[in-house]
Design a protein. Structure first.
Length: 187
């Protein structure tokens, strides 16, 4: 007979947090036997499924230092990371990030789903938004220090396009496939 594992009571107080390291944007926490990361400059992150009037999905391409690779992603960014805007609404952040990264403004933005991005690694929560009735009004490409390339990919050819990018050596963020699912539900 297998020995039962000790379970943590949901009514008991969690172990105290210990800060192991802290930088400008992240801190490493130890709590009991867990070590995890949390942001110290934002309340979460938004991911935007942006569809053009011609049925194209906006995707971004940028080099990501932590994994030393170029990644295809949905437009995304932090919430409440601008000094003086710490209480920024998530939908406002989604519209701002879409504009900063792609140059597109959304007249319609709708929350889709929210949850942890990696519950075993960190505290960060993300929220997906659907952006429709979008219009190109700026250059895009990100803010200072970012070098973002924007792609408009027809929904019907998106998976083949993504696989081609993978064959070229780029990585594809799995959240893109979640975005394709949400885009497929749009009537």
């Amino acid at each position: 007979m297998a020995k039962a594992k000790k379970q943590i009571s949901l009514t008991s107080a969690p172990p105290a947090k210990e800060i192991l390291a802290e930088g400008k944007y992240l801190r490493l926490i130890k709590q009991g036997h867990w070590e995890y990361a949390e942001r110290n400059n934002a309340t979460g992150a938004v991911v935007i499924v942006a569809l053009t009037n011609k049925g194209k999905l906006l995707l971004t391409e940028q080099y990501r230092v932590p994994i030393q690779a170029t990644v295809i992603e949905l437009p995304a960014g932090l919430v409440g990371d601008i000094p003086g805007e710490e209480d920024e609404a998530w939908a406002v952040a989604a519209k701002r990030e879409l504009l900063e990264e792609t140059g597109y403004s959304a007249k319609k933005i709708k929350p889709l789903v929210a949850g942890p991005i990696s519950a075993g690694f960190g505290t960060e929560m993300i929220s997906f938004f659907l952006a429709q009735k979008i219009e190109k009004i700026e250059q895009g490409g990100g803010v200072e220090g970012e070098d973002i390339r924007v792609h408009e990919v027809p929904l019907k050819r998106a998976v083949a396009w993504l696989r081609k990018k993978e064959r070229q050596g780029l990585l594809v963020d799995p959240k893109v496939f979640a975005g394709l699912y949400f885009a497929s539900l749009v009537k």
